[in-house]
Design a protein around this ligand. Sequence first.
Ligand SMILES: NC(=O)c1ccc[n+]([C@@H]2O[C@H](COP(=O)([O-])OP(=O)(O)OC[C@H]3O[C@@H](n4cnc5c(N)ncnc54)[C@H](OP(=O)(O)O)[C@@H]3O)[C@@H](O)[C@H]2O)c1
Length: 292
Amino acid sequence: MSIQKILVTGANGQLGWELSQLASTYPNYELVMVDRSVLDLSEPEKINTVLDTIAPDAIINPAAYTAVDKAETEKELAYTINAKSVEVMAAYAAAKQIPFISYSTDYVFTGDATSPYTTDTAIAPLNFYGSTKADGESLAFAANPNTIIIRTSWVFSSHGNNFVKTMMRFMKERDSLNIVADQKGRPTYAKDLAIATMKMIEAIDAGKTIKGVYHFANQGETTWFDFAKKIQSVAGLTCEVNPIKTIDFPTPAKRPAYSVLDTSRIEKELGIQIPNWETALQACYDQIMKAS
Ligand SMILES: NC(=O)c1ccc[n+]([C@@H]2O[C@H](COP(=O)([O-])OP(=O)(O)OC[C@H]3O[C@@H](n4cnc5c(N)ncnc54)[C@H](OP(=O)(O)O)[C@@H]3O)[C@@H](O)[C@H]2O)c1
């Protein structure tokens, strides 16, 4: 069956919005963007009715409960959106034999590794958000072995809330900032992830078998402190930026010290070269300036 109509959830999120911006690049596909007013993932029992009405040929699910610290207290809601509803959509896709792509996180890993996490590395989430995403993965695969899960990390975009935009705002408002310098990871430009997702759709549409877990993040690795310094230099802002330790910045949810994803599987299978995070940051900054 060829793919024409693709349902995309979370239309107003970073990744959902970046996917919507690709509609004109992929004229062969109709992207049906839905937000929570159309498809509310906190109500899994209503999902199938909405899906039946839209009757998609593929489902892409960037919507998620992403408030990592709040998830420690809003446990039921986070679990419903990130696990239960993902299971329902995966089961629907299995019944209709259509592709289902959902997203997960570097927070499914322990955070104490010293080399990049591959798609085979055992998972052991260290916070509740991570455990809801891990449950979403396993429930989806149990309901539908053809599920595609793309784990990503440190997502930023010109649209929505993220570290890049927060840093730019704080650096304009404040004289000094303290940023954690002992957590390492790979920033991800949501636009690059959206492009990789559409390449995946094209590959499936061309008959390639794609299923299981993939990792996607921009090339290179950094710390939040070095990321902030780079944002400062790209944006030409003056503000004192001081490195601090995680222990000096307590948060309700634990954060991994090391969350570098190995992206070789997606690069090989899709034949893509992922841009370096610094190049991606510059592209995002240019987009922020263009939009303002
Ligand atoms: N952001 C990161 O740093 C990061 C890191 C690792 C993995 N990920 C994963 O990557 C994916 C995309 O993340 P993102 O950064 O694009 O997220 P985001 O910007 O926070 O967007 C999440 C979207 O989910 C929607 N949503 C929340 N609750 C909903 C509900 N009950 N029903 C329907 N929609 C609901 C939000 O709607 P509203 O706009 O109405 O709030 C929003 O549009 C997610 O699976 C996330 O877990 C993100």
